[in-house]
Ligand binder design. Structure first.
Ligand code: DQA
Length: 149
């Protein structure tokens, strides 16, 4: 079974209580549960990881050899972290960048992603649905580009 790691960056552990108008009401625990079960339906083994620490995120990305696909919401590090960008460049597996909010409709400092041109694609502004769409993409590409029923 193909393995996908979903990586959540800083403050996403506060999902559900953090700015619910922007990020929604679902907790990270519940979201991860739903994503693992959605992944199973798509034939994917989904692992999730969250850290508030840049170095821990870099180390997780470096372990990507044990996965077939990465889904990453680097949260605020998206806009600042050359280290996370370099880690994504160093690994050989594809990654998709997810943001719950539409970063292009927000403050200027959020409108640049240092990861955008080192990931396969971005899914932005669709709320937590973006993570499911990222798993759809993973299944699509890992299963030979076949369409999903
Ligand atoms: C975010 C957007 C970032 O700008 C912000 O720092 C986050 C969450 C999102 O999912 O919309 O923490 O990545």
């Amino acid at each position: 079974m193909s393995k996908v790691c979903i990586i959540h960056g800083p403050n996403l552990n506060l999902l559900g209580s953090r700015e619910p108008l922007v990020y929604g009401k679902i907790t990270l625990e519940e979201l991860n549960k739903q994503l693992i079960s959605y992944g199973q339906k798509l034939g994917l083994e989904v692992e999730t990881f969250q850290s508030n620490h840049e170095g821990a995120l870099v180390e997780k990305i470096q372990q990507a050899a044990s996965y077939d696909y990465l889904v990453i919401n680097a949260a605020a590090y998206t806009h600042t972290s050359i280290a996370i960008r370099d880690a994504l460049l160093a690994i050989k597996i594809p990654a998709v960048e997810v943001h719950i909010s539409n970063i292009y409709q927000r403050e200027d400092f959020r409108q640049q992603s240092l990861l955008a041109n080192v990931v396969q694609g971005q899914i932005i502004g669709l709320g937590v649905l973006g993570y499911r769409l990222a798993l759809d993409a993973a299944a699509y590409f890992l299963q030979g580009g076949k369409s999903i029923d």
